[in-house]
Design a protein. Structure first.
Lengths: 429, 432
């Protein structure tokens, strides 16, 4: 059967857009979002993040040093012929990059010409690892400097320390880059083992957005990828035995900062993959805006009293095996901010304002439409919701509209419990 | 995209792009004033302080609510440089009016009109209440003290002060603590009136509205400016550095930062501008640059390193995060790679990659209307290429010899090392 016949078309009348999904014969999930813009953006991702440090293959247990996923991402750009993939992309007039977070690793390029060649290069270099003693050793010096850069960043420190205090055994306890000590334990063998476990094409996804057709994308996949799915190892991530409550309620460190900085986490029970995960994120976005945004009484009271600055931020973050609501900022009295946030969430447990709900839900719909203007944002967002959350991103507006006041009203009393909170402080020296 | 400029009145020039490529429209209003050690801190506060309340929107909360009603439009203040001047104003991103609901549309609701109305309030009807101002001043002073929180930003701040001194480029636009603490509501009022009476105004719009529709909302909400448009903006350029200066300071950080500032002898209006652009890309402004390939990939001295070329001032800065013990090694490697370009040691691949990079940037500008805004401003005020295509064609004609010649005009002005005194990757000041 022609692969084109297997394409599933997803359309949105509201946006006037459509995208396609197909399972390539190699086992790779492919998403194509045609968009008449000058820049084409492609992202090739795997479900392997820094938190994936313990797993089993065929019953055998493996442990990876902290920072392995990120280290592997750095090393993927090296090729057997000694030419770095950065150079291949540059010769094609493209810009390439890669990111690792707790749950996945993504490789990407943006280009305005030679799209087929760029796509081929992306598929080629991510499917052909080349790790040697020499190039692994060389990378340790580079990544050590990256680690030091983040360790000098008080926001990163506050967040890392918060996650470290909240969780008991999840991989999110460790920072994404690992530590200078942990990356020294990484060897070519460890990288090959991790690669073999997580870089099977049936654990990966390709998402492309730009002035390109599904036929053009799939022709490159046909050329560059195997004809059939290889027998992938049966990976089982070791489920961390995480308590619902935060392990520690408070953590403090001192750095060269002008005044105290805080990162407050509220541990949530992560929804399993699928619609529930996406729905929880959308609901929390609306709830956070109702309670803590500039449109509300709380933010303005704290701002006017000088307790917080305009840099006060909040949000909801979730990945495989972890989820949290967070608040961050700087304050002369972060303990009081912490107490006031807890007080506000207690108040929310007693009831929400229906008008606030309607207003924030409407704004959330507008934000959704506004997010479809950039090929990089679209390729990434479509991949995140279609692949990682197993939901059609075009159904998000319906999902937002289907969220009810009653549904949101229930969240505070089951999430904002005192034992779920952790306050992470970075205090001046 | 069809980028055109129109004179709305003596004060306002409108740069307009009509396109339906995007769901979002962009509107910015930029006022240009001299960068001045005394006045810049005040200039920087004129708009942010207005967000705390205007005649119609009495509080920050009221602004946020109105933005939300305007289909989550985002409005923020801007505060930057253009040559030796300071630019202040507002920028907004909003859905095009075609996305409003049929009920709102039937009622004559326009997001563009609503956003322009909010901008008009911020420019012409601020309250500047003393109680709000005191909170704003406290936050601003905290921001100034917090420069040290980010080691790289702090290094750049110190480097700029040391390299440029009393030159407008050395002036921190947000000022210093003692300047902010003295500001009163009366100062803000006076300065706002001076700016409105004297500053030329540039409005940029990109979206589905016609030039007449945009001109209408400007006339309705933004026509109170009284300054005169100008054809050029001042910028003092030093072509060559006299003698390299070297500075070193210590900070309680784990990583050290090296910054090197060069006088390039070339500015945007020069014939050699295109060669200088490529020289900078080949030296350090790409992931295949000489600095990236040698300082990082071959010598493993850093994670981050790069160069940037300020074509208005004619200066190039190189920066990298390193282990302090590798300072001399990194500095020598940077100078060595620049020397390689001076000697003409540029491969065909390096030249082609640099040109490809520019070609890609030029084409992708069509997806980034803000690039057109910047380009238009540089062409108009500083004699740069008139169109993005003219710029691209100029770049494509450059030869290796011209790049080498451009590099030969480069002289080192200032080296600055912020030496991190905390050792190792582990924690030094943990409390628990």
């Amino acid at each position: 059967m022609n692969v084109i016949e297997k394409l599933t078309v997803h359309k949105s009348e509201r946006l006037g857009e459509c995208y396609y999904t197909v399972k390539h014969r190699s086992g790779l999930d492919v998403l194509i979002f045609p968009k008449k813009l000058s820049t084409c953006f492609a992202v090739f991702g795997t479900r392997f993040g820094s938190a994936d440090m313990r797993f089993m293959i065929d019953g055998k247990k493996y442990r990876l040093p902290a920072g392995t996923a990120h280290f592997l991402e750095h090393k993927m750009f090296e090729n057997a012929d000694g030419v770095n993939s950065d150079e291949h992309f540059a010769a094609l007039g493209a810009e390439d990059n890669a990111y690792t977070n707790y749950s996945y690793t993504r490789y990407m390029f943006s280009a305005t010409e030679n799209i087929g060649d760029c796509l081929a290069e992306l598929l080629r270099f991510v499917t052909h690892p080349c790790f040697t003693e020499e190039n692994v050793k060389k990378e340790q010096g580079i990544i050590e400097q990256e680690i030091l850069m983040y360790r000098d960043d008080p926001y990163e420190r506050a967040m890392d320390n918060c996650l470290g205090a909240m969780y008991s055994s999840s991989g999110v306890r460790e920072s994404i880059c690992g530590s200078c000590a942990s990356i020294r334990k990484i060897t070519p063998e460890i990288l090959y083992r991790a690669y073999g476990a997580f870089y099977g094409l049936d654990n990966m996804v390709l998402s492309v957005c730009g002035d390109i057709t599904p036929e053009e994308v799939l022709a490159v996949c046909d050329r560059e990828l195997p004809e059939s799915t290889s027998a992938a190892p049966r990976i089982k991530r070791e489920d961390a035995d995480e308590p619902v409550a935060a392990v520690k309620s408070r953590t403090v460190c001192r750095m060269n900062v002008s005044r105290p900085m805080f990162f407050i986490g509220v541990k949530d029970i992560p929804a399993k993959k699928g619609e529930a995960k996406l729905r929880r994120g959308l609901a929390m976005n609306i709830l956070n805006n109702m309670l803590f945004s500039g449109t509300g009484e709380f933010y303005n009271r704290l701002l006017d009293s000088g307790l917080i600055t305009p840099g006060f931020a909040f949000g909801y973050s979730a990945g495989d095996g972890f989820a949290l609501n967070y608040f961050s900022g700087s304050s002369d009295d972060p303990e009081l901010v912490f107490e006031l946030i807890k007080e506000k969430t207690s108040e929310a447990c007693r009831g929400l304002d229906r008008d606030d709900f309607e207003r924030c839900r409407r704004a959330s719909l507008a934000q959704y439409v506004r997010s479809f203007d950039s090929t990089s944002d679209i390729a990434d967002d479509v991949m995140l919701s279609a692949y990682y959350s197993d939901s059609d991103p075009f159904l998000i507006p319906e999902m937002i509209e289907s969220l009810t006041f009653e549904e949101l009203s229930y969240i505070p009393s089951e999430l904002f419990l005192p034992e779920r909170f952790t306050l992470s402080l970075v205090l001046p020296l | 995209m069809d980028y055109r400029t129109y004179r709305i009145n003596d004060s306002i020039t409108l740069a307009h792009i009509r396109t339906d490529r995007f769901k979002n429209a962009r509107l910015s209003v930029t006022l240009t004033v001299p960068a001045d050690e005394e006045l810049s801190p005040l200039n920087s506060m004129i708009i942010p302080a207005a967000f705390r309340g205007t005649r119609r929107y009495g509080s920050f909360r009221a602004f946020c609510r109105r933005s939300e009603e305007l289909y989550a439009a985002a409005i923020s203040d801007l505060n930057g440089r253009s040559g030796d001047c300071q630019t202040v104003g507002l920028r907004a991103s909003m859905l095009n009016d075609g996305f409003v609901s049929s009920e709102d549309s039937a009622a004559g609701f326009s997001i563009l009109n609503g956003v322009a109305e909010m901008m008009g309030e911020l420019f012409f009807s601020p309250l500047y209440r003393s109680c709000d101002l005191e909170t704003d001043k406290k936050n601003r002073i905290d921001g100034i003290r917090a420069r040290k929180n980010n080691s790289y930003s702090f290094a750049k701040y110190r480097f700029s002060k040391l390299m440029f001194g009393k030159d407008p480029y050395g002036i921190p636009l947000n000022g210093e603590e003692n300047q902010i603490s003295r500001i009163t509501s009366d100062d803000l009022w006076r300065r706002r009136e001076e700016i409105i009476a004297t500053a030329p105004v540039d409005v940029f719009y990109c979206g589905t509205a016609s030039v007449d529709e945009v001109a209408n909302v400007i006339e309705k909400h933004l026509c109170g400016f009284k300054g005169k448009s100008v054809e050029s903006l001042p910028v003092a350029v030093i072509k060559r550095a006299d003698k390299p200066r070297s500075f070193e300071e210590e900070g309680l950080y784990k990583q050290s930062y090296l910054l090197m500032g060069f006088r390039t002898g070339t500015v945007i209006s020069d014939r050699e501008y295109y060669a200088a652009e490529l020289m900078n890309i080949i030296l350090g402004d790409s992931s295949t640059s000489k600095l990236f390939m040698n300082l990082r990939e071959k010598k493993s001295l850093c994670y981050f390193c790069g160069s940037s070329f300020d074509e208005i001032k004619g200066v190039m800065a190189v920066g990298c995060g390193i282990d302090g013990e590798n300072y001399e090694n990194a500095r020598d490697e940077i100078l060595l790679q620049l020397d390689e370009i001076k000697k003409g040691n540029i491969t065909d691949a390096e030249l082609e990659m640099a040109k490809h990079s520019v070609g890609n940037d030029c084409r992708s500008a069509e997806d980034h209307p803000e690039d057109y805004e910047l380009f238009g401003s540089e062409a108009r005020y500083f004699g740069g290429p008139r169109t993005i295509d003219e710029y691209r064609r100029g770049i494509m004609k450059v030869t290796k010899e011209e790049i080498s010649e451009a590099a030969k005009r480069v002289t080192l002005d200032t080296s600055y090392l912020l030496r991190g005194t905390l050792k190792g990757g582990e924690d030094d000041f943990e409390c628990d």
